[in-house]
Design a protein around this ligand. Structure first.
Ligand SMILES: [Zn+2]
Ligand SMILES: [Zn+2]
Length: 216
């Protein structure tokens, strides 16, 4: 008898919350605002899941773990929901679009800052208490920050332009590890809307570049 390799893998499920402690810099581009500052990231592992290699959930085991707090730095953008709707997104697609745009931006930042995607994290939400709008955060994974979010803020336009191109140029149909999926997603890469992420980034890049996207 040979011991069979397990035909399942386990993933941790976690929740993340980002609280803005201090805004150090903020640029207003109309429907889009770009900020950099101090944040507290609170994460909590809530469960682990056993999945088949295809991602089918076999078992979810709830865990009662203490919340972890990280004081660090983040760059974030928030977008008026009307601008996203005007660009063609429906309300139900916004969470997946923001989430996919967040993952892709984390994947591309190492091209602009000398970091690994494991050095940074992110969070996206359709309404954040600080901004009151759909918001995407990318934060340093080290206490006090390690300069990666600051770098992202400094090169935001080329970074997000490259992020948009990486998603659009990826030949997968609905998102893959090369574009919008993340190996460290606490939400099992759900929801993700690849096409929606391109729309979000078109709106953000368009406003930051000073060329607001046309409403259709
Ligand atoms: Zn892809
Ligand atoms: Zn995620």
């Amino acid at each position: 008898m040979h011991a069979a390799a397990p035909d399942w893998r386990t993933d941790a499920r976690s929740t993340a919350d980002v609280a803005v402690v201090r805004v150090a810099e903020q640029r207003d581009h109309g429907a889009v605002r770009v900020s950099y500052g101090e944040v507290t990231v609170t994460t909590q592992v809530t469960a682990y899941q056993r999945r088949t290699p295809d991602g089918v959930v076999l078992e979810t085991v709830p865990l009662d773990m203490p919340a972890q707090h990280l004081s660090t730095r983040a760059v974030w953008y928030d977008v008026d929901e009307e601008a996203l709707l005007g660009a063609g997104l429906s309300v139900v697609r916004i969470p997946g679009a923001l989430h996919a745009a967040e993952h892709a931006a984390i994947g591309l930042l190492p091209l602009f800052a000398t970091c690994d995607r494991w050095d940074i994290g992110g969070m996206s939400t359709v309404v954040h208490p600080h901004t009151g709008c759909p918001t995407v955060f990318v934060h340093d994974g080290h206490p006090g920050g390690a300069g990666f979010a600051e770098r992202g803020h400094a090169v935001l336009l080329p970074w997000l332009t490259a992020t948009r191109a990486a998603i659009a140029d990826c030949e997968c149909r609905a998102g893959c590890p090369s574009c919008v999926q993340s190996p460290k997603c606490g939400n099992g890469n759900v929801p993700l809307d690849k096409a929606g992420a391109i729309t979000v980034l078109d709106v953000v890049v368009g406003h930051v570049a000073g060329e607001p996207t046309q409403r259709s």
